[in-house]
Design a protein around this ligand. Sequence first.
Ligand SMILES: [Zn+2]
Length: 338
Amino acid sequence: MTDYFDRLCAAAGVIPLDGNCLSVEDRQELLDCLGQFTTYARLHASTRKPGHEIEIGFFDAPEVNAFAATWHGQDGVAISWGVVTTLRQAFMSALISPDYFTWIPTEARDDAATWLYECSKFFVFLHELGHVWNGHTSLLVQRGVSAFIEEIRAFGDGTLGNLDRQTMEMDADGFASANIFNLGVATHKFPTNHKGIEEEFGPGATQLAMVSLAIYFVFRLFDAAADFDDEEKHAHPSPPLRQLIIAGALAAAAHNSGVFEEKNARQVIFHGMTAAEEVYARYSEKPIDGAAFQAAASLEGGKYVRKLLRRWHLLRPQLDQLKRGGILPPTQEIADDG
Ligand SMILES: [Zn+2]
């Protein structure tokens, strides 16, 4: 990680990760992660603004967190090391138990755990990349507010309303949901297939369900309710609402890829989410409880998402000017109901 990254972390009030404090295995994991993220960031840049570089690194924090910023004219993405340790441990421990995922044979279980961890970790990274590429960090600079899009701490300055900020979170989640299919997730297959789901929905259903599982789990970790009354008091939509938005964005992306009918994609994604609730129950040592997501998936939740989509139409003309590589046709982002 670079001098710029160190200064970026200092400005954001976090401590850059010191690789020398890690075990030998984790030091390798750090190098692998940085290599993967940098490779993907360059690949994405090659299609939109060739040569555009983003500073990417890890900061030292045990929780799942990240931020993106355009700071001193340079784009940066910072991920907490807790993203690696938490997600890796959660999926490893779920796959160690023979009671879970009984359809995954013993010899494939290590690879399956790694695949789920990689997918969930990449979603966090892609979300941050979305904040940069879709112009969100630039909008903050343009409006003269704090340059940092932080994922846990909320903003107090009020210069961009919470609804604007939530809309940008939705946009970044849409970016990540569309782009997760461009990664190894498309080329590097989940190590085994679930016969039942493949027979019912067709080839690729296991893969889609596992993508859904991995991403849903990231937000499940926050263990938060969908609270519509207080919803606009926060800079982020509540995690269950984000799970709902992402399910829609994944279904649209799967449909656009030509592999699934959208209705079938939704069912497959739902299978993944149900399995994620089981993994979370095991991880948190609590009973299975999908009530928060069910509340988000209610009529009221749908109404709230439509409110964000209307806001997105207002924000979008401003963001389009700020996108790296200029205005692009709407090939990604959000399942848009107009
Ligand atoms: Zn965000």
